[in-house]
Design a protein around this ligand. Sequence first.
Ligand SMILES: [Zn+2]
Length: 287
Amino acid sequence: MNTSPQPDYNYDVDQIVKAYEQAINEIVRELERLDLTKYQRANMLSTLKSISEILAELDEKAALMAQSSIEKAATDGIIHAILALEIVDNIAEVRKIVMFNRINKEFVKAAVADTQADLLAVTQNVDKKVRAAVRQVTAEVMRNSLPKGINASDPLRREILTGLRKTLGDSVNTGIIDAAGRRWKPSTYVDVLVSTKMMEAHKEATINEAVPRGALYGVISKHGATDTCSKWEGKIVKLDRSAPGDYPFIYELPKREIFHPNCRHVVSPVRRLDRLPANVQKANGMQ
Ligand SMILES: [Zn+2]
């Protein structure tokens, strides 16, 4: 079996994460500029406007980056399939012939849209949280400054100011709550999201390339995982539900064990199980 190198998307993921971190830092600076010692409507409105602009620019950038990342991972998945199936055995030659077949065209379109939507949800969430915090804080400033203005030297007032600053800071740093109720920093969330989507795109594109070429099985990659994935390393799976044999269908593997968020495993397609290397056959109870 020819194999392509284990995909490493750290660089691509980092670029997207950096774009989020940069935007978040800009928002933090905007929030720091808010005058909390006296209520100024114009000041608040201009802060909200700047934040919207920062996030709109981020969305645009992230959408493009999501597209190129998914396309890259899908291309890698196709190359991986072609090498594994020994259609062309040289990675440079494969790069020349690689293209998205009809299924992969549809898949990539959907995966890009899906990733963009998930990223958009992150900025929308940040936007909502920050706006709510700015409104809450300015209302408090207004209430506090009605009689005499917040005097920064007054210890009680200082405490209020610190509290207001904290409310603003927290709004931007604990933006995302996932389905399990865990809180995420937006950049950490984006990191896991994009790397997971890229690995998924790799796997899906491999399967979409392999099955029409008559490869109905796959072998799960091995890199010495120590998590729950380890028991699936080197295991044969079906890429097509109708394939004969007593092997699990790849889409029915327990998601908590393999192909979980941040999982690094890929699948190598196989046409004929009897031609698998002896050690792989043995590990799957074939000998
Ligand atoms: Zn894994």
